[in-house]
Write a protein of this length. Structure first.
Length: 58
């Protein structure tokens, strides 16, 4: 398992999750957190995920 912290705008993070992670069959997303506001800015947020290598399909 790998823990990943994403930081950017909500739109950028959603794009990454939809376009990159959802289309990659080698990665399995185990858990996704809610968005957290960054201190000192209203533009950028954080999002945490747990990912692992996808199990091989027969």
């Amino acid at each position: 398992m790998i823990k990943v912290r994403l930081q950017g705008t909500r739109e950028e993070i959603l794009w990454f999750r939809e376009q990159i992670l959802a289309r990659n069959g080698n990665i399995e997303v185990n858990e996704i957190s809610d968005f957290f506001n960054n201190k000192g800015t209203k533009k950028f947020v954080r999002n945490y995920m747990e990912i692992s290598k996808a199990k091989k399909r027969k």
